[in-house]
Design a protein around this ligand. Sequence first.
Ligand SMILES: Cc1cc2nc3c(=O)[nH]c(=O)nc-3n(C[C@H](O)[C@H](O)[C@H](O)COP(=O)(O)O)c2cc1C
Length: 180
Amino acid sequence: MDIYEALKERRSVRKYTSDPVPDYKLNRLLEAGRLAPSWANKQCWSFIVIKDPEKKEKLASAMPKDNPARKAVGEVAPVVIVLCADPEASGKQDGKDYYLLDSGLAMQQLMLAANSEGLGTCWVAWFDEDTVRQALSVPSGYRVVALTPVGVPEKQPSPRPRKDLSEITYAEEWGRPFNG
Ligand SMILES: Cc1cc2nc3c(=O)[nH]c(=O)nc-3n(C[C@H](O)[C@H](O)[C@H](O)COP(=O)(O)O)c2cc1C
């Protein structure tokens, strides 16, 4: 799949079929994450692959009832991947913690690869971190940054709106329109 096609087609998927996800596909997704760039190439991320229904339930219990991805994580998706990062293993400059950027890039690469494999994902960051940490025995120095369900989408959700390029792009300096 062409990169632009993958970017256009990726959606946050919250409804999945019961089809399993083969391990060879999971490996390809994780490999896509592994290849991400990072601060000083520190690769501060770790992934936890969850298939155990009890563990998935525990993850869902860490999510507020209003979280629209709760059911997908707890009951529907065959796999959930949890993204952890070690802030000490990444960089910090001018108050900017790069572990969030590093691990986010890895996760996004994983998600785009999932799309190319015909699989759906959904960023989930609205959860109680300590509940997830305890459920998965994540060491105290690590942050649990996000997680995603992984599975075959029941249907392709419609695209969510995005700001127009003119609202977010400037030429040469802040505020000068870019007319590319
Ligand atoms: C950092 C981050 C955290 C998110 N957390 C959640 C979440 O907890 N639950 C959820 O249902 N969606 C979550 N989302 C998904 C967004 O709602 C979604 O990406 C956005 O509405 C755009 O839709 P799209 O991904 O289909 O283009 C999150 C997205 C990001 C990038």
